[in-house]
Design a protein around this ligand. Structure first.
Ligand SMILES: [Zn+2]
Ligand SMILES: [Zn+2]
Ligand SMILES: [Zn+2]
Length: 96
């Protein structure tokens, strides 16, 4: 599989511009955790429970995305699209 060299974080940010950088807060830990696929609120307990009902997924350039374990296939597709296009992950609206 041919793949272009991965741009550095700085280059990628320059390509995407300030608007994209601002919307990239989904990459950070901003207190509230929601499933990227369904928008369900995920508590920290779920990520730590055994077996976990939610998990963290990581994108190509190190962003972390929470997902219900039941939504993982869908979440991985969203993240794959984000990696391919460089667009922010099209996460579902947050709900509680
Ligand atoms: Zn979910
Ligand atoms: Zn929430
Ligand atoms: Zn990413």
């Amino acid at each position: 599989m041919k793949r272009a060299p991965r741009p550095t974080r700085k280059e990628r940010r320059a390509q995407r511009g300030p608007a994209a950088a601002a919307s990239a807060t989904v990459h950070g830990d901003h207190g509230h955790i929601h499933c990227v696929a369904c928008g369900r609120h995920i508590s920290a307990d779920e990520l730590a429970s055994s077996p976990p009902t939610a998990t963290w997924l990581t994108c190509d350039h190190g962003g972390h995305f929470a997902s219900c374990t039941t939504c993982m296939v869908q979440s991985q597709m969203l993240i794959a699209t984000h990696e391919r296009t460089g667009q922010p992950v099209r996460s579902a609206p947050a709900r509680h």
